[in-house]
Design a protein around this ligand. Structure first.
Ligand code: SF4
Length: 730
């Protein structure tokens, strides 16, 4: 008999149980408090290392637990990406864990598909349904009729899914159909990444990259920006932001240039033309550029299109080229279209020769020891296409970490056409509502995971007497911060179990074993013994991070070979759709700083966070320049109708002076028709009229009309009294 069981059977235990019997299972709370076990003492904080999953930056976190409940998340100071810092999204991770709308156990559909009616089942029954249906579909229609759609998920789940599909015999992996991926454009899909040394730059030209809010790795770049602005013994760097609407990042800039939307690439080439014609670059320029072929982009010829005076463009070009360590970055509106603007912006970096230099662009080789845990077969990721989900064809879709029905409502029919849909979502989102079977994953704070990458920093090397780019390979280990709150299972463990039942066991027995094997691979890559002692394993779980040797890299190959800029003639800047009387305005739909593209709309802390520039919370809005609004007789807070060729939305107008008069802007994030009590029925979904966030080509130059609409707007702002006309503010 265990010590705890003995206590329960004594008078103390029995009396307490009687007294507290109205509180469920009181002994679960009482007994550990009376007799602490080795890992738990009442009143003492325990910190568990994990990885933030609220964006793809993967910051290291420490989760404070007390009495076996998580109550605070902080940044992990040992993690090389965020160095102890954390953003508001990261803090809100606790509300993923304790969200009242989490799916509390496996469920199967009990009503019509899409009705949202499900009944709880056991994990045994759930696994049996999955095994039987998949075996049946495979027997009737072949392996390829089963597709796995993976979006934002852990490496452990991804590796398990790869093995599961491989042993099942299907190669149909479906990803979010992202177009114009930043790094793929720069490195032609080689898997390399670009890291920008903002901390050591002296002049930063951002073409739409909102690096203080949402772009790439916001915490890492916010820390770097702090160095850039007020680094010890450094001159304050100058920051110029180019975008049609002033974002929070632009509000921090020395200068905001509202170039015409869709002309960011043109502006980059105009700046390049000045640098070349005035011979401002220290680098040799290849003959096909030097002979005047960029002359058609001269500021004097393009100023009307760009809608900025030529003198201003010339001044920016001179300042940029004259600065000691200039750096240009591209994102946001500049990343729309076919990606040519990103290449044009990056051409500026090549011209000033900052590739793999301090304050410049680092080309980061993939550090991927986890690849050895995969199947060894290349995964062919395909975007969800017209061919997916064929009616009556007997097909199955397993979906994890993606909500295509919300992000791209136009895909609903295609998803619905799958005969059998399995969702691993911890929440009943719009896509999960169509599922036949729900196998809820743990929250990331209850899961195992490992990430491996290379962090890049520029450090002063005394031996070299110089600042040197210094890559540091690292791996971050996430172990469960607390026991599962509900009857959920990490998806990798479900796939391991189902594969076993299908007679195709995976090469690891559990998520934890997968992480242990991955740690062995990382240790090998770091030149250490693959085996890890129990003591080292324990301390690794406590620190959450293991790092390899940091070596100054200096300049390397790859981008360096293009330093002189051999490819500018391949750059075209794209053409925004022409002006149209029916749709006179451009629509800029942008990522909400807190809610992202809507995946965090179910977290009340983030709903409660006012947008820094408009102070709007808990809803949608459209930003309109006051001059434009006056011409349309629209006042601040009015309900307006925004129409594009794809449809229309009605939402409140916010008169916003820092936006071009020919542009209206609205954040993604709201407009859910499911996804729990905090997200559902709030605001509108811009994807219905401006395209899904992942489709950069479709979103380029979308045009709209805007007009005052009948009815009352629901607009909630921070620090203001609610207008009387708002009947239901929340
Ligand atoms: S930037 Fe914020 S949301 Fe993204 S991983 Fe870091 S803490 Fe999490």
């Amino acid at each position: 008999m265990k010590r705890r069981e003995f206590i329960v059977l004594t008078g103390v235990g029995a009396a307490s149980t009687t007294l507290l019997s109205g509180c469920g299972n009181p002994e679960n709370a009482l007994i550990p408090a009376l007799i602490p076990d080795d890992t738990y003492t009442p009143g003492i904080d325990y910190w568990k290392a994990s990885t933030c999953a609220l964006c793809s930056a993967g910051c290291g976190i420490l989760v404070r637990t007390r009495e076996r409940a998580a109550n605070k998340i902080e940044g992990n100071p040992l993690h090389p990406v965020n160095k102890g810092a954390l953003c508001a999204r990261g803090q809100a991770g606790l509300q993923v864990l304790y969200n009242p709308d989490r799916v509390k156990g496996p469920m199967k559909r009990s009503g019509e598909r899409g009705s949202g009616q499900f009944e709880s089942i056991s994990w045994d029954e759930a696994a049996k349904i999955l095994v039987d249906r998949l075996a049946d579909i495979r027997a009737k229609n072949g392996q390829a009729s089963v597709a796995f759609s993976l979006g934002n998920t852990s490496n452990v789940n991804r590796i398990a899914a790869e093995h599961f599909m491989s042993s099942f015999g299907s190669e149909r992996f479906i990803s979010a159909p992202v177009s114009s991926d930043h790094d793929d454009l720069l490195f032609n899909g080689t898997g390399q990444r670009a890291v920008f040394d903002i901390a050591n730059a002296t002049y930063l030209l951002s073409f739409g990259a909102r690096f203080l809010e949402t772009w790439q790795s916001p915490v890492m770049y916010s820390l770097a920006y702090g160095e850039f602005r007020r680094g010890k013994n450094r001159r304050r760097g100058k920051f110029v932001m180019i975008e049609p609407r002033m974002s929070t990042t632009a509000a921090n800039a020395d200068e905001w240039l509202p170039a015409a939307i869709g002309t960011e690439g043109l502006l980059a080439l105009a700046i390049a033309q000045v640098i070349i014609r005035e011979k401002l670059t220290p680098n040799p320029v290849s003959p096909n550029v030097a002979n005047g072929t960029l002359d058609e982009f001269a500021p004097e010829k393009t100023e009307a299109d760009i809608n900025l005076p030529a003198e201003k463009i010339v001044r920016i070009a001179r300042e940029f080229a004259a600065s000691e360590r200039p750096l240009a970055i591209a994102g946001g509106a500049a990343a729309l279209g076919d990606g040519e603007s990103i290449r044009a912006v990056h051409f500026l970096n090549k011209l000033v020769g900052n590739l793999n230099m301090p304050g410049g662009v680092f080309e980061v080789e993939q550090f991927d020891p986890l690849a050895k845990l995969g199947t060894g077969k290349p995964i062919k990721w395909a975007p969800l296409s017209e061919k997916d989900g064929y009616e009556g064809g007997g097909s199955a879709l397993l979906i994890h970490g993606m909500n295509p029905v919300f992000h791209s409502p136009q895909m609903t029919d295609r998803i619905n056409a799958f005969q059998f849909i399995v969702s691993f979502s911890p929440f009943i989102d719009e896509t999960t509502q169509l599922a036949d079977l729900i196998l809820p994953d743990h929250s990331y704070l209850e899961s195992w995971d490992i990430q491996a990458a290379t962090a890049h920093h520029t450090v002063w090397h005394a031996d070299l007497r110089a600042l040197q780019p210094t890559p540091t390979p690292y791996a971050a280990i996430a172990s469960p911060a607390i026991s599962p709150e509900f009857d959920t299972k990490q998806t990798a463990d479900v796939l391991i179990d189902v594969s076993r039942q299908l007679g195709q066991p995976l090469p690891f027995e559990s998520s934890e074993e997968c992480v242990r094997k991955a740690v062995s691979e990382v240790r090998r890559a770091f030149g250490q013994a693959a085996e890890i002692s129990d003591e080292d394993w324990k301390s690794l779980l406590e620190s959450g991070v293991m790092t390899g040797d940091s070596k100054p890299s200096g300049s390397t190959s790859g981008l360096e070979s293009a330093k002189a800029g051999d490819q500018p003639l391949a750059i075209s800047t794209g053409e925004p759709k022409p002006s149209n009387d029916a749709y006179p305005f451009f629509v800029l739909a942008y990522e909400h700083a807190a809610l992202g593209y809507g995946d965090h709309a179910n977290l009340p802390w983030l709903q409660e966070l006012p947008d820094p520039l408009t102070s709007v919370l808990w809803g949608s809005w459209v930003e309109i320049n006051p001059k434009t609004a006056a011409s349309l007789h629209i006042e601040d807070g009015d309900l307006v109708e925004v129409k594009t060729a794809d449809g229309s939305l009605r939402l409140p107008a916010v008169l916003f002076p820092a936006i071009r008069p020919d542009v209206i802007a609205m954040p993604y994030g709201q407009g859910h028709t499911a996804y729990g009590q905090y997200a559902k029925g709030r605001g509108v979904n811009p994807a219905t009229i401006a395209g899904p966030y992942w489709d950069a080509k479709k979103r380029f130059g979308v045009r709209a009309s805007v007009a005052k609409a009948a009815g009352e707007a629901k607009l909630v702002r921070f620090g203001t009294s609610l207008p009387e006309k708002i009947d239901t503010p929340r």
